[in-house]
Ligand binder design. Structure first.
Ligand SMILES: [Fe+2]
Length: 210
């Protein structure tokens, strides 16, 4: 088994069962990382990128406040134990450390930039919408709070993209999110108007359908 295979086997055991950040998220981030790297064509250490993608959220089970740092430290210890070359350990650790939205660090390598973009892309589009509500369901967050999260975090992600393919995919995916939010907010607006006494009037919810 190659190093990535061993790392994957370990990560599968350690990954938190957290909805939205579990192993399925990792698999999507790996696939998105591969797509971006292929589109960039060359200059990317694809093994470093894959290992960083596999381990980027492993620290969520270890430290919920600073999961990027916890994941980076876990990766460093694991890769050193596996005898992985020091310079490549450094690249994996740097990519993991700087991938997080809240870390405030700017990725300094191409692998770090790709991982950061891939992770953010998985928070956009239809999958991103599904993940927001999975998280909300698990944490007792209602629809209004979820909408706030879209405005405070999700809609800002396209402006944080670092690679050209990442930017393009983010623009495509954010359109789905905006359409969804428009419709969700319209439905809620119509209902609150209805509950203020206009039910039965021309603009009552579902009036067109009847
Ligand atoms: Fe992630």
């Amino acid at each position: 088994m190659d190093v990535a295979g061993v790392v994957e086997a370990v990560a599968r055991m350690v990954m938190p069962r957290e909805p939205g950040h579990g192993w399925d998220h990792v698999e999507r981030v790996r696939a998105l990382s591969r797509i971006i790297a292929e589109e960039l064509g060359g200059g990317v250490d694809t093994e470093v990128l894959d290992i960083a993608a596999i381990l980027h959220d492993v620290g969520r089970a270890l430290s919920p406040e600073n999961h990027a740092e916890a994941s980076a430290r876990f990766a460093e210890r694991l890769l050193r134990a596996l005898g992985y070359p020091e310079d490549r350990i450094g690249r994996v650790v740097e990519a993991i450390r700087s991938h997080s939205f809240s870390s405030g660090r700017r990725p300094r390598s191409i692998e770090a930039a790709i991982l950061s973009d891939a992770d953010k892309l998985d928070a956009l589009g239809a999958v991103g919408i599904a993940r927001v509500f999975m998280y909300s369901g698990a944490h007792g967050r209602g629809i209004e709070e979820s909408i706030r999260h879209f405005y405070e975090k999700i809609l800002k992600l396209p402006s944080l993209m670092l690679t050209k393919p990442g930017r393009r995919m983010a623009e495509e995916r954010v359109r789905i999110v905006k359409l969804f939010l428009e419709e969700l907010e319209k439905e809620l607006r119509d209902l609150s108007r209805g509950s203020r006494g206009s039910l039965g009037g021309g603009d009552a919810p579902g009036a067109e359908a009847r």
